[in-house]
Design a protein around this ligand. Sequence first.
Ligand code: CTP
Length: 223
Amino acid sequence: MMRILVTAGPTREYLDPVRFLSNRSTGKMGFAVAESAAVRGHAVTLIAGPVTLPTPDGVRRVDVVSARDMLAALRAELPTHDALVMTAAVADWRPRECSPQKLKKQGMRPVLELEANPDILRTIAPEKGARLFVGFAAETGDPLAEAKRKLTAKGLDLIVANDVTRADSGFGVDTNRVTLLYPEAGEIRQHSLPLLTKREVGDRILAWLEGRHKNAPAQNKDS
Ligand code: CTP
């Protein structure tokens, strides 16, 4: 049994009480990972951005709104977990200012000033320890090249690459076509999976995590 932390959904970056920047993520992939982990007997915490999905049975859920909220929740939860599966589509940018009142078009410049959000995986990398970290790379260009770059740059154990321009993969659908990439014996191993339901993709990720956890040195477990 592992204690698994999953992030899912988009983040929202408000510019006033009624408007925000966000993305097309619906949370389906992350909720499927959380459900799969719970069904397989793991203890699961799901940090969810604003989505409309029901919480899978047996999963503890923490709701967040912005990227900074998600980072704070993750920092609080990480110490009591053995693995992190980061499916969330974190907004990379937020408006420089969030107005407490609804912005009026009268007198407003048609330019939105942004500032960078933290890269959550990079920010928490120093707290990784022996934990297993899984990232996702949702791409519209060359998914495998980008996934390899992110696997190394973000210090991950596994990255799940998918092409979100396909009708059967990506946003809002129940299926996904992914490639798992992970470093092993000095090279990057690559497994392309067939078209699967997101639940089945969740099972493949969980099977990979269970295999790695089982083969890890004993002192890494149940700490
Ligand atoms: N991620 C993160 N913090 C961010 C952005 C992304 O932790 N601010 C995580 C995602 O949850 C995912 C992985 O990093 O697991 C890759 O996310 P992606 O959006 O594909 O990558 P970016 O780092 O945003 O890179 P780019 O903008 O170059 O595609």
